[in-house]
Write a protein that binds this ligand. Structure first.
Ligand code: ADP
Ligand code: NG1
Ligand code: MG
Length: 480
């Protein structure tokens, strides 16, 4: 297993894609010195990601196909041995500084929705991991921390995981600990759940394990990432529809509700397939149910036939399961919050049909990439993925649909929302020699009206519409 690279020369790890990297590091170090009165001991970086295909299936145990972005989050850290505090600040003054005790068992204050919650997730993750592995915990030491982020927030490019992962890696290194990338990918997935979203693991896996030049097919349990070479002559463009989608804020009515609907779908579908009630209640993912039908296609057919259209009500489900939903989810505060707010019931048919069909599309996409790929076929899979997210998973929004449509009508071969959705970014597949033309036409068709109405600065276009190449995952930067 590969270790997180620890290097003495910043340029080796990072210089590949951002020309101004060195300047950015120098600025961060200077701001750190100004605020904390000394240089950081080390920096850690972890990138955002774009998911090419495989949306809302990682928490069901299915493989996904993301690539790491060049856009990243850097965390600078200095050990403050005389203190028993963590001081967490940001180079962006909009994000206020907060202090914490060094106690790793403290709860993350999810209700505050404060940005430092993700740093605390990363901090706790290091200690949780050691504790679960039965290893001795290092003595908690005071830390001065400063964050500098470039991943647009609430945009489906996973700024939250870039922040969680960069903090976890910085905290690990500050304590002179060294874990493998697979270990960090695994515990950062779990620890980001302290923020209140019942995260599946894709974002942390690619943020840690991403590599220059290749997308990754990420598998779970245990987390693994294998290379997927993107087709020659193709490029992926990213556009931000400008509707912000903050996942922790809306988790009870969006993300965590979907996670719950999938769990309920797996139990009900297992029962419809003949599993006894008591045994079915142990099912937690649609992947487990797939073992009953044999394959994805059969599972999709079973879901389509055996789960009814529209929403199941709470009463209907409790009768069927012989158990109250509050009891079923009693160990999960995030799920109890979903139940507290839920008024519209649970759409099991649509969610399960999406999950099984999307999981199949991921395999078709990676198989296609492996052998003489047809861009047309890849584009069709991306389009079908968007349609399923829109129609069955209901995680798109009007602005995203409009942007996806704009990409397609401006020459993209396929386009879809990326990340959790409900706002944020779309990703489009284009022929390499069409990149400039598609960018300029999408700028006119989608972004010009937003510039004219003052929602977007003309000079800000490159931050919301750009081409992206697969970049490298997390790294520790020493010798600064
Ligand atoms: P996404 O992961 O798609 O960007 P999320 O809603 O999951 O969206 O995470 C966005 C949240 O992550 C922000 O609202 C903020 O709290 C936090 N965050 C991410 N990056 C930074 C950063 N560089 N500085 C401060 N907060 C950040
Ligand atoms: P974003 O949009 O980055 O918050 C979320 C989840 C992923 C995955 C996607 C949907 C977290 C940290 N990330 O991504 O695990 O489920 O939605 O495919 O919760
Ligand atoms: Mg996120």
């Amino acid at each position: 297993m590969s270790e997180i690279p620890v290097v003495n020369d910043i340029k080796v790890v990072y210089g590949e894609q951002l020309g101004d990297a060195e300047e950015r590091y120098a600025r961060l170090i200077a701001t750190f010195e100004e605020q904390y009165g000394g240089k950081p001991d080390l920096l850690a970086r972890s990138p955002g990601r774009v998911n090419l295909i495989g949306e809302h299936i990682d928490y069901e145990g299915y493989s996904v196909l993301p690539m790491a972005l060049a856009l990243d989050t850097i965390v600078a850290v200095k050990v403050d041995a005389g203190s028993d505090k963590l001081v967490v600040s940001n180079t962006n003054p909009e994000y206020t500084t907060k202090e914490f005790s060094t106690d790793p068992s403290q709860q993350v204050d999810t209700a505050s929705l404060h940005w430092t919650n993700y740093c605390m997730c990363g901090y706790k993750g290091v200690f949780d991991f050691l504790g679960e592995a039965g290893k001795a915990l290092p003595e908690a030491i005071g830390l001065k921390i400063m964050v500098d982020g470039r991943v647009p927030t609430g945009s489906g490019l996973s700024s939250s995981s870039a922040l969680t992962c960069a903090t976890a890696v910085a905290v690990m290194a500050a304590h002179n600990l060294a874990f493998t990338k697979a270990e960090v990918a695994d515990f950062t997935c779990k620890c980001e759940r302290h923020s209140g979203t019942q995260s599946g693991g894709m974002d942390q896996a690619i943020s840690i394990m991403g590599q220059v030049g290749v997308a990754k097919l990420v598998d779970f349990n245990p987390v693994r990432a294998s290379d997927v070479k993107l087709p020659k002559g193709s490029a992926f463009l990213i556009g931000n529809c400008l509707a912000v989608s903050n996942k922790a804020e809306t988790a009870h009515e969006r993300y965590n509700l979907r996670v719950m609907e999938c769990r309920l779908a797996s139990i009900v579908l297992a029962m419809e397939l003949g599993v006894a009630q008591a045994e079915a209640l142990e099912f937690s993912t649609l992947l487990q149910v797939q073992k009953l039908t044999g394959n994805l296609e059969e599972s999709e057919k079973a879901a389509d036939k055996l789960l009814h259209d529209g929403a199941y009500t709470k009463v209907e489900l409790e009768e069927k399961l012989g158990k109250s939903l509050d009891d079923l989810f009693k160990d999960s505060p995030a799920s109890l919050l979903v139940l507290q707010h839920n008024t519209k019931g649970f759409k099991l048919h649509d969610r399960a049909v999406h999950v099984y069909s999307e999981a199949a599309r991921v395999h078709k996409f990676s198989d296609e990439c492996a052998a003489n790929p047809s861009l047309q076929r890849l584009g069709e899979l991306m389009n079908a993925s968007h349609e399923s997210c829109r129609k069955f998973y209901e995680c798109s929004c009007q602005e995203l649909d409009e942007l996806v449509e704009a990409f397609r009508s401006c020459g993209a071969i396929g386009a879809r929302l990326t990340g959790a959705g409900w706002g944020g970014c779309a990703v489009a597949l284009v022929e390499l020699d069409m990149v400039d033309s598609v960018l300029s036409r999408v700028k006119d068709m989608f972004f010009k009206a937003r510039i004219d109405s003052g929602r977007l600065l003309e000079g800000g276009i490159s931050e919301v519409l750009f081409a992206s190449l697969p970049s490298s995952g997390a790294a520790i930067l020493k010798g600064i």
